[in-house]
Design a protein around this ligand. Sequence first.
Ligand SMILES: Nc1ncnc2c1ncn2[C@@H]1O[C@H](COP(=O)(O)OP(=O)(O)OP(=O)(O)O)[C@@H](O)[C@H]1O
Length: 688
Amino acid sequence: MAYGQTGTGKTYTLARLGEEDTAARGIMVRAMEDVLADVLLETDSVSVSYLQLYMETIQDLLNPTNDNISIVEDPKSGDVSLPGATLVEIRDQQSFVELLRLGELHRFAANTKLNTESSRSHAILMVHIKRSIKGRDSALSSENCSNSHMVKMLKPPIVRKGKLLVVDLAGSERIDKSGSEGHILEEAKSINMSLSALGKFINSQAENSGHVPFRDSKLTRLLCDSFGGTARSSLVITIGPSPRHRGETTSTIMFGQRAMQVENVLKLKEEFDYKSLSRRQNSQLDKLIVEHERQQKAFEDEIERLTIGEQSQISDAKRNYADALESSQVSAVEEVADLKEILQKESLLRKNAEEEVNNLKNLVALWKTSEESKNSEILKLRKMLKEEVSQKEKLEGEIAILQSQLLQLSSHADEVNGEKASIAKLFDQVGLHKILSLLEAGDADVQIHALKDVANLAAEEANQDKIVEAGGLTSLLMLLRTSEDEAIHRVAAGAIANLAMNETNQELIMTQGGISLLSMTATNAEDPQTLRMVAGAIANLCGNDKLQTKLRGEGGIKALLGMVRCRHPDVLAQVARGVANFAKCESRASSQGTKKERSLLIEDGALPWIVQNANNEASPIRRHIELALCHLAQLEVNTKDMISGGALWELVRISQDCSREDIRTLAHRTLISSPIFVAEMRRLRINY
Ligand SMILES: Nc1ncnc2c1ncn2[C@@H]1O[C@H](COP(=O)(O)OP(=O)(O)OP(=O)(O)O)[C@@H](O)[C@H]1O
């Protein structure tokens, strides 16, 4: 606030704009520069009113038509405000300077109207500064919408306020000195009155008196919250250096001295910013509404989605239930049918079981009735058994005596070696049945002696039928089958060979499996005499026209030919005899027209051995083989094999060199009767 005599530089000090020279800037411009330098656009606001107080009337320098602005005092805080004054928000220094220029222009126009260069009014620049205090109400900016945050939002933000008054007081001068009168006088009185009231106001504050008379003028009413108290106050006093203004100067200095005694206690002014709170709450509410609508929409979508899913599941469950119900009904029907079938089977089984039980009951009854008769029969049988046992003991005694006699006779028979009279005597004395029964004796010596006797008996044709009828053949074959003694095999085979001379016996031997047993014995035997007996038996069988196929089929031919492994001439002679017998039968069958196939001997691979032994040194062998070749040559189907096997040369030799004339003739006749042999001999240039 500038106080001083008219024309001493108050306006110069406060209101100069200093546009051309920054050093000439007044306090108003400099103060605004300081304010704007600290302003934060986000939180702070700076707004300005520019007024003048003239004749106790407050006029708006920013809007001259607004010329009677009333003062409002807050009874609680004591704050003074001018709600009717134009309030312009300042963003930068330039706009403020423009505003000051506009205000000065209006003030200058008023002074001109009054025909004075002097300022006859108090010019008042009011700068309002507000700053929102952050941090204390940070919750208000939260985007969250929880209840706890909502509670915090009810607490309004704080706004810190400041007010700067720059007052260019009208000049103080003594009325008498200025010599004014009329309106000027009234004007001067008004100025003096207000300055006087200001002086009293300052005095009372300087003296710290309980009563501060600020209602005496509008100037003090305007300044009551800005000078002293909680405000910081600065007073510029201006004086005129001329001695003639000594009194004014003294008065001005004394005014200043009093003002210096005013004490002030600075206090921050803060208040709740309910407007900001309301704006923020509205904004927050809008966001909450949007969020709520979004969540509502999401909830409805989720409900719809779940409903669709549930409906799908319900329809699936219904369908599955229907399927399950249908399949369970089908399976139930099938199960009932199965159970019925099982029940029928069980009923049938039960019925059968009941019948079985009845049958068993009947059998038990029968058994009980027949038990007594059986018991008596058992007693009878036991009695018979007892008699049989005593009879058996008696017979065993007889057998022992006979065995003794037999041994004596047998040794005697061996001594006379083949005397038929002795054998016949034996036959008559002992009896065939008893001799055959000794074949089963446990004593090996008795057994072999009995066997030799049977073999000797079988050598005579008269005895053969009797031996067979008495079961001798069966016993002999049994010995081949069961005995492991080769001597027994040899004698038994000899006996069988003797019996095999008879055509009827030959068939019996075959029927009772004799071929297999003889073949088995031939395979296992090593002794040439055993082989000779076996070969002799088979050779006899080979002479039976009816048994050709069966003999060969049961392995008889192979067994016969297999025995040539033993090179003993007696064995080979029997083999050759068998081959000749077999070939003779085939030849006979061929001439009768019952055989047309190739010889079974050739089939079984006998030809090479026959050709090889056709000129054997041993005459029995050679003779049988020569006969065999002649018989084989009788079959036209054998000729090719015989030619390729070298038999033709042997036949030619036989027909020319054989010692027996009948064989020579047979060979010759055979050769010339075969066109194939004739053609081959011609091809080979054999001069025949
Ligand atoms: N320090 C100064 N240097 C130069 N000139 C000055 C100085 N102070 C004031 N003046 C000049 O004196 C004249 C009057 O000054 P100014 O108008 O500021 O006085 P005032 O105290 O405001 O007068 P009033 O009370 O009548 O309005 C002006 O022309 C001004 O330029």
